[in-house]
Design a protein around this ligand. Sequence first.
Ligand SMILES: C[S@@+](CC[C@H](N)C(=O)[O-])C[C@H]1O[C@@H](n2cnc3c(N)ncnc32)[C@H](O)[C@@H]1O
Length: 286
Amino acid sequence: MIAVFRSLRRNALLLRKTPEETSSYHRSRVLFELQRRANQLLTKFNPFDNETRLERLVGPAGIWPHLQQYQFNALTRLGLKPHHSVIDIGCGPLTVGVALIPYLDRGKYTGVDLLPEPLEAAHRRIAQRGLAYKNPTIVCSTTFGKRELAGRTFDFIWTSQLSYHLDDLQLVLLFEQARAMMHSSSVLLIDVIDPAIMSETHKTWRGFSYHFRAVELYEELAQDFSLSVQRRGRLADYGYPDKIDLSRNTLLEFRKVDAPPLQPELNETAGDDNRAAARRDSVLAV
Ligand SMILES: C[S@@+](CC[C@H](N)C(=O)[O-])C[C@H]1O[C@@H](n2cnc3c(N)ncnc32)[C@H](O)[C@@H]1O
């Protein structure tokens, strides 16, 4: 009973018009939210939809294709090409993995997660979509792959919707392991929560706490690990639905200090760029 009351109160707070909102923006936000909840309900009770139900493993519900789209857009706009290798830390049931695996060359995708449940779903999705021939690597790890992927480096290290579920010690361990997996021109991308949206609506998610940190703290951490950091805009800039508060989160790019740009593929030509564009178009979800 108390839980229902709390949930009603939380929703009422969420849908309240804020002083900064115009009436028409507020109306469209309420409509978006109702549509999102309706999608969520339809998914819950649709016995034929096994796929979309996986969104409960990643949250927020009702916008699953947009989450995939945001992540794919961000990576490809920030330079990901099919010949690059990617490690997706906290990959869940392959939100973006199912788009990345067909886009990347064989063997270039690695997903790591702490929990077996999303990884079981990940394996099922790879099989259902006939993606096994791409040789993706899926790893269950409590150390961000330290033991399982010892000695391996990646061109892109992608960590989405995870940083704010890590406590301070885990965050340092993430940076330590990410640094170990970087070669001279690797790119580490982490989306971080905007503390301005910290509110009682964000307490825990599937047992994981929230840890709100200012971007400046990530900048200090970068210095400790001899990494440079650049703010790469808000998630909304890459297609995250702007009516969800998490769309205001910031995407941070870390590189080794004085890193050279990522090497283009040997003999990369306009033809290779066209190949990347064609592959990108063929896997776009929304
Ligand atoms: C909110 S979900 C995001 C999943 C996916 N990155 C996405 O954006 O759709 C967070 C994921 O991180 C995983 N996770 C949490 N703590 C982790 C850790 N210490 N190491 C690796 N994965 C972790 C969870 O199991 C979950 O699958």
